[in-house]
Design a protein around this ligand. Structure first.
Ligand code: B12
Ligand code: SF4
Length: 462
């Protein structure tokens, strides 16, 4: 069968992170004899400049490729784009249309109702469900596939117990010239030609604002070190990458897993060829693990600090403490591993003084880079159950509705005007200056000159 996968359009993100879920799905389908293509709406919008042109190009692609199945990857914040595409494509396409990913997993039946052009929704890890569909198995007996007739207890979230059963992800489905082009944002603050990779699925924690355990189930499953290193060798050989960004929610969760991968990287001499970055929780950071990481080429750890207000961490069920975060930042410095601190704003008990204190804290503990994201209430999270007000169930999924829902500051007592003022008066200048200095400190002159050239000629190739 011919399958066309489509990712949603969103305002341009600087991090060139590949949608890896798509590459796993594509790989399993191709290994089983199917043809797969990707229409990457975000990249197309970057290349073509406007949505109308992207839609026209998408229609052309569908009419010329003539797929049997079209599959959408969904994300709550951009679900209006998927909804519009489904209805647009239904106007001229009679084949099967399915959707999977985080948003549909959280709201399978509602997604079918709100997007009448959809035939099925796939919940959770979709590789084997979509393969069954491509093989022509009965949708009513396919695990993970939700039809309009499915009743809640009849669908189960598939869980791939042995991740190594999956063939290596297929990166050739992406425009890898674009995704691996050297930049300073994929590994934040360090200018590299980078690819993304995944070594595990799931997260041991359950933060109230996160839906990871809904998508991947409880606990964490791992690829073996052999699988991971084979994947890395292939990326280095095929795409000449000099950096890797690990998408694992918590790369450090299993010491054994980390040590096995690091040992193999050193055995294969890959630690001298690639620099890599991970996301990890401060809970798992100690001298032993940092030494192992540093010897194997890890140059950056991203930490989900979220808040410097202990009560916000507790109310969000965040499994770390401020003192653990402070300790982690100083230990990373000792082992010369750069850090990125993720912060969130919009918690219930937050005040402008807390935001001010965050900047003071940053100056004191000096992560190399940092970012501040508004707290958003996604379906499938504990926070949505308590505070979402059934928004997605009760409203049309139009661009206007969805954008205004995500613009709301539902929990915070800081008014939007106050926050806006603080952001532009205090945060923006502070952040730009701080990160610019870090960029100069963390990159060799050659990279700095390249970045300056790219700033002058943004579309120039490296
Ligand atoms: C890499 C990444 C990105 C990349 C690539 C996006 C992508 N679709 O993968 C970029 C930078 C573009 C991105 C941007 C955004 N992201 Co993002 N991103 C991630 C991240 C860190 C990893 C994704 C990944 O590779 N996972 C591993 C693979 C194996 O899992 P998967 O992608 O979920 O895919 C599996 C299933 O979901 C399903 N599936 C996925 N696609 C499809 C398609 C079909 C047809 C089917 C049937 C099934 C299916 O099968 C896959 C294989 O098992 C996740 C967090 C996470 N750990 O998943 C957040 C995450 C997906 N992002 C999120 C968000 C909010 C965003 C943004 C809105 C952020 C922002 N405000 O800018 C934008 C939206 C832009 C866009 N156009 O999609 C949220 C989504 C929450 C939600 N309820 O929708 C997540 C879950 C982070 C979080 N915990 O909050 N993101
Ligand atoms: S640690 Fe990260 S991935 Fe895990 S539940 Fe919290 S936010 Fe989600």
């Amino acid at each position: 069968m011919k399958i066309l996968l489509i990712t949603p359009l969103y305002s341009y993100t600087k991090t060139r992170w590949t949608p890896l879920g798509i590459s796993y799905i594509a790989s399993l389908l191709k290994t089983n004899g199917h043809q797969v293509r990707l229409f990457d709406r975000m990249l197309k919008s970057y290349q073509l400049g406007n949505k109308e042109l992207v839609d026209q190009e998408m229609k052309k692609e569908i009419l010329s490729y003539q797929p049997d199945i079209i599959g959408f990857s969904t994300i709550s914040e951009v679900i209006y784009d998927t909804a519009e595409c489904v209805s647009f494509i239904r106007g001229f396409f009679e084949g099967t249309i399915v959707a999977g990913g985080h948003h549909c997993t959280a709201l399978p039946q509602i997604s079918l109702n709100k997007m009448p052009g959809l035939d099925y929704v796939v919940v959770g890890e979709a590789e084997y469900s979509i393969l069954s569909l491509a093989k022509g198995d009965s949708p009513h007996h396919t695990e993970g596939l939700v039809t309009r007739k499915s009743e809640k207890p009849n669908w189960t979230h598939p869980r791939i117990e042995n991740l190594d059963d999956l063939p290596l992800p297929d990166y050739s489905i992406f425009d890898m010239d674009y995704y691996t082009e050297a930049n300073k944002d994929t590994v934040r603050g360090i200018y590299l030609r980078t690819a993304c990779i995944l070594t595990s699925r799931g997260c041991p924690f359950n933060c109230r604002f996160c839906s990871e355990s809904l998508n991947f189930g409880k606990g964490v499953r791992f690829h073996s070190a052999d699988y991971v290193v084979e994947n890395i060798e292939r990326l280095v050989m095929d795409y000449k990458v000099e950096g890797l960004y690990f998408h694992d929610n918590n790369f450090l969760y299993s010491k054994n897993h980390v040590e096995n991968i690091c040992r193999k990287l050193i055995q294969k001499n890959l630690h001298r060829q690639i620099k890599w970055a991970i996301q990890g929780s401060s809970v798992f950071i100690n001298e032993d693990i940092l030494k192992t990481l540093s010897e194997a080429g890890c140059i950056k750890i991203e930490l989900g600090i979220e808040s410097i207000n202990e009560s916000s961490l507790v109310s969000m069920n965040k499994n770390s403490t401020i003192s653990l975060n402070e300790k982690a930042l100083s230990l990373c410095k000792k082992y010369d591993i750069s850090t990125h601190a993720y912060f969130m704003t919009g918690f219930e008990d937050e005040t402008i003084t807390d935001l001010e204190n965050t900047l003071t804290w940053i100056k004191k503990y000096r992560p190399d880079t940092f970012s501040l994201h508004p707290l958003k209430i996604y379906p499938g999270t504990a926070l949505y159950a308590d505070e979402g007000g059934g928004f997605f169930e009760n409203n049309d999924w139009t661009e206007e509705n969805i954008k205004s829902y995500f613009r709301q500051d539902k929990l915070s007592s800081i008014s939007p005007e106050e926050r806006h003022k603080w952001y532009y008066k205090k945060y923006k200048n502070f952040s730009t200056r701080y990160q610019r200095i870090n960029l100069i400190k963390s990159n060799p002159l050659k990279s700095i000159l390249r970045m300056a050239y790219k700033k002058l000629f943004p579309r120039a190739k490296n």
